[in-house]
Design a protein around this ligand. Structure first.
Ligand code: Z5A
Length: 209
């Protein structure tokens, strides 16, 4: 049985997920929470190899179906070898992206059938869902501008802006559909304001313990 909390951080390119993951981890640790950090796709040696397949450019184009199955193959490894054992031991797991990203990128971005995603979600995860999802939301142009400063673009980052608009809208719709676990943060604000808002969200979660 799971006893630790499962927290996911979601959002489009460059909205500040990596930056704020470190902040969340440190904030929780100072409150005495035993928390570990991980990411998707990835989080185990085999899942990280799948991540490379998903992000790298290849001469052979990847079909949306292959992409979807690889995402869930990595997730199955990650859940079995990393996430579930830690949650069962009472550790909190903080994950950079999870299945909401699949609904956003493969579902809305690639326009794949959400019923297939839901079937894979139920098959791979059974009843595991995040306890809290923090959505960092910003206009696509803001995130792209921040992401592009880093240099070389991965396979997703070379998509057109309408792809990322669909991704953003999907996240906002998911937040509306799951208000009990979603908290939306305006990530276009200066970092200090973003982190003040995240701290309030974490305080509420900790008080509910
Ligand atoms: N993917 C998928 O398709 N399906 C799935 O199911 C899953 C994933 C799980 C993984 O990329 C890719 O996999 C992802 C979707 C796909 N697509 N892409 N690309 P990722 O999550 O590892 O990488 P990413 O989404 O591209 O994240 P990122 O570009 O690394 O951005 P970030 O982590 O959100 O941002 P950051 O690195 O923290 O910040 C970017 C810069 O902005 C940096 O210089 C910061 O200092 C700066 N920053 C951050 N916040 C602020 C504020 N508030 N003001 C000013 N500057 C800021």
């Amino acid at each position: 049985m799971k006893t630790g909390k499962f927290i996911t951080l979601e959002g489009g390119e460059g909205v500040g997920k990596s930056t704020n993951l470190q902040f969340i981890q440190q904030y929780l640790q100072t409150q005495g929470v035993d928390v570990c950090l991980t990411r998707e796709p990835g989080g185990t040696p085999l899942a990280e190899r799948i991540r490379n397949l998903l992000l790298d450019h290849d001469q052979e184009s990847m079909t949306p179906q292959a992409e979807l199955l690889l995402v869930f193959a990595a997730r199955a490894q990650h859940l079995h070898h990393f996430i579930l054992p830690r949650l069962r031991q009472g550790q909190w797991v903080l994950c950079d992206r999870f299945t909401d990203a699949t609904y956003a990128y493969q579902g809305a971005g690639r326009q794949m059938d959400s019923a297939s995603i839901a079937w894979l979600e139920n098959t791979v995860q059974a009843d595991l869902r995040p306890d809290l999802t923090v959505l960092l939301d910003a206009p696509v142009a803001v995130g792209m501008q921040r992401a592009q400063k880093r240099g070389e673009l991965d396979r997703f980052e070379t998509e057109r802006s309408d792809f990322f608009e669909r991704v953003r809208n999907s996240y906002l719709q998911q937040a509306q559909a799951h208000p009990q676990r979603y908290r939306v943060v305006d990530a276009s604000q200066p970092l200090a304001a973003v982190q003040a808002q995240i701290a309030l969200i974490l305080d509420t979660l900790l008080q509910a313990q």
